[in-house]
Write a protein that binds this ligand. Sequence first.
Ligand code: SF4
Ligand code: SF4
Length: 94
Amino acid sequence: MDMPVISECSVDDCAYNREHACHALAITVGDTRKAHCDTFFTSASKGGDPDTTGRVGACKVANCRHNAQYECHAPGITVGYVQNEVDCLTFEPA
Ligand code: SF4
Ligand code: SF4
């Protein structure tokens, strides 16, 4: 299967974000608590591959309807702030 593309990420202050696009080759979503972007971090310099759009490498959110065997099967996801957390906005309870 192809890894789901990150269609949009509005988190400008993430090191992997340029113009609302993620450029980390593969992010990890989720922890035991909720569907946040586990790859998010801030840095003085930008990282990732500017010529590549990021994808979801792994997702630990088993209670999302798009999740099977800790992998995301959505065609694409969006990421953004929910209050102070950076979350997968495509999450839907199973
Ligand atoms: S999806 Fe995650 S890693 Fe990618 S730019 Fe957004 S916050 Fe950063
Ligand atoms: S849509 Fe669901 S399975 Fe896919 S990354 Fe988001 S929380 Fe994980």
